[in-house]
Every structure is written in C-alpha cells, then in structure tokens.
Design a protein around this ligand. Structure first.
Ligand SMILES: [Mg+2]
Length: 241
C-alpha cells in the first residue's frame, strides 16, 4: 500500500514531554505567596488575564510567564509587594525554567516506530532558547529530520512551514495535545491531525472538538502509544483496501 503521508509532525510541550503540569505547580506557588491578598481562584484568573495581555509582547514561554507573575503580584498587592517577594517569584520562574525535561511515557518508542517509515518533524511554539533546551534534554532530537520552533501555531504558520518543506497539507499528519494549536488549524488547511489529550490543559489552548467534514481527517487517542495505530487507520481512509 502506498504511503499517503510524507511528514508526521509532533508538538513538543505536553505531547512529547511534560510541561503544563510544571506550570500548574508554579501557579500553585504563586497562589500561596499571594494568599494574604487574594483567594487562590482569583489569583489564577488575574494571572491568566495578565498573561493574555502580555502574549503579544512576550510570546509564549517561561520568561514571559515569570514577568507576568511579577506583574500580577504588583497589581494584586497594589504595589505593596516586597523585594523579598519579587525574589520568591523569580525563584518560581527558575523552578519552571530549570525543571528537568521528562518525556511522556511511550513517546520515544512511538517516535522510533514511526521514524522507520517516514521523516518526522517537530513543530513547537514558544521561546527559542526554552524549546531548544527542552529538545536537547529530552534526548529525542535525533529522531527528527526537521525541527521548527515558531511563535504561534495558526493556519498561516502551518501553511508557511509546509510550503518550505514542499509538502501538501493532505500529506501532513500533525500530532499534539492542543485542539487549538495542533489540530484545528491543520484540519482547516486540509491536513490530518491526531489529538492526544494531556491531563492538564492551559485555558488558552482549550477548544471544541472538530465538527463536520474535517472529522474524516481527525482522530483522538488516549496515549502517544496509540499514534501508530491511528496512522494506520488514516492510511486506510485514504486508500481503502
Ligand atoms: Mg503542546
């Protein structure tokens, strides 16, 4: 059977290695620090507001997150935060930035299996330094023939990357934990997408499941181990036996 797919692309954070769970721990620490001023749920809401406001200034990543935590603390305390407390928040940021990269269980095995048949690409968004360091620490870099670190993953970004690779959207399968960034824009372009949910999703990445004609090019699986199976299913849909 001819292989209809020329590139299998993977997201990094929460698809190949843990990420959001570390941010959740950091958020909990900020909530504890600001407890005398505001209740936890409210801190969470305010931090998210500040992050969204700053996204177009800082982009995604741990450094922008750290600055947003400081800004939130300044707002919540009406400027009464002490130098010691700023140092504590910087320490929370360092905790995120220096946290060891832990690949998701089964990620290496799934990548190894898939890499035998076709080129794999990593398509991840965020801070260049952060993402390069995570990839190096994950020990997965050798499995990718193409690595792309971008500041946002929308249809225009995918289109640009695919043009550069000389790959048509229908020849791409994207694998990721975010419906918002990894699935919907790819389906919109005419590509295929496999959603592997992570147990925590950042509010910004939450989106509804695809509907209508796109569903034929979409699959949702519980674990990265199930990606090779989903890919076989896609192949059968393109070239029925
Ligand atoms: Mg992700």
């Amino acid at each position: 059977m001819a292989d209809p797919f020329r590139v299998i692309a993977f997201d990094g954070d929460d698809t190949l290695w843990h990420c959001e769970s570390i941010y959740s721990l950091a958020e909990g620490r900020l909530q504890a620090l600001l407890e005398p001023f505001l209740r936890s749920e409210e801190v969470k809401r305010r931090l998210y507001e500040v992050e969204m406001r700053n996204l177009r200034v800082y982009g995604y990543g741990a450094k922008g997150f750290t600055l947003s935590m400081i800004e939130t603390a300044l707002e919540v305390t009406e400027g009464r935060i002490t130098g010691k407390q700023v140092a504590d928040i910087l320490e929370i940021g360092h905790f995120v930035m220096k946290h060891p990269v832990e690949p998701l269980e089964g990620a290496r095995e799934a990548l190894e299996e898939l890499a035998r048949a076709r080129p794999l690409a990593l398509l991840t968004k965020g801070d260049l330094f952060d993402q390069e360091a995570k990839l190096a620490q994950s020990n997965l870099a050798e499995l990718f023939t193409h690595v792309e670190i971008v500041s946002a993953k929308d249809a225009a970004t995918y289109d640009r990357v695919l043009r550069r690779l000389g790959v048509a959207p229908r020849e791409l399968v994207m694998v990721g934990n975010s419906l918002h960034s990894d699935v919907l824009p790819v389906l919109e372009l005419g590509g295929w997408a496999i959603h592997v949910p992570y147990h925590v999703t950042w509010q910004h990445e939450v989106a509804g499941l695809p509907e209508g004609p796109h569903q034929e090019r979409f699959a949702q699986v519980p674990s990265i181990r199930d990606v090779p199976g989903a890919l076989k299913l896609f192949t059968q849909r393109v070239t029925p036996a």
